[in-house]
Design a binder for this molecule. Sequence first.
Ligand code: TXA
Ligand code: MG
Length: 319
Amino acid sequence: MEIISNPTQDEIKKAARALKDGHLVAFPTETVYGLGADATNEKAVSRIYSVKARPTDHPLIVHISSINQLDNWATDIPEYAIKLAKEFWPGPMTLILKRSDLAKNFITGGQNNVGVRVPSHSVALELLSEFEKLGGLGIAAPSANRFGAVSPTYSRAVVEEVGMYLTQEDLILDGGKSMVGVESTIIDCTSETPTVLRPGAITILMVIEVANRISHLPAASTNVRTSGLLESHYAPNTKVILGEKPEAGDGFIALANLPTPVGVIRLASPIDTEQFAQDLYEALRVGDKKGVNRIVIAQPSGPGLAEAIRDRISRAASI
Ligand code: TXA
Ligand code: MG
């Protein structure tokens, strides 16, 4: 496996070729790093599942370069979904739509719906467009971590998560730290009203404003299968504790205005919600590396992105 930092156009072409040849390419997006495969190549896609140790009935998001490619993968697209796509793509939003014939069971986990997203990161977009020039139609990519673990937000984290399972021909593209830091907002657009299945940087208010309607259901009441909605997910090895005072030997993640008690190891001091999202997963990884007793997190309050952060933290704490 080769790691390519700040890839040139030629190196991105090489990565697109590797995908077309059935290899895996991990690449940066604005949310987290993805582990990509040609979304029409069953063998390549099956490697994603084995590298991640992910159950095969958990569907994958298909990444495309623009809204123009959407019809390849989805049919019966509601008007409001088009509005959302026009407004927020490229960006941290995944739409769940009725699948086309191209979206096979090995992508959708056997469901009749497919998740599609246009990421907003120059390396991801160039990779997608080079891939399409070679006749590619979409890149299937889950977060590039082992199943249930913390998503990688920088290339070294990809190496730590899945490096040992990649082959010589697989590639990792390094495009710096992911700017958003938590996974995309997932919106189920298969009924008359959009449903936010996983909160993210495209907030529920933003969706309401554009789609003019919304429902935000707790995971239990939807029959769409989303592994990010499992109770325990995004979890480091160290125990994560919420809403308690950290004690000596604990790691601590909190907004900068909260002080660090004596003997506590500060893992992150973000100055605002955006930075909290950016730094959260790295801080969880650092906590594991430092061998802190527990990772104590003071959650950010409020709506919007803070809601996405709380969602991930509560799953990391598995409560
Ligand atoms: O920000 C992101 O969405 C990142 C980057 C790489 O794009 N990707 C990501 O993929 O987080 P993953 O597989 O780690 O999480 C996607 C979630 C999974 O929980 C999956 O079950 C759900 O989206 N999902 C994908 N396709 C779906 C579908 N057709 N129906 C329901 N849920 C779906
Ligand atoms: Mg994931």
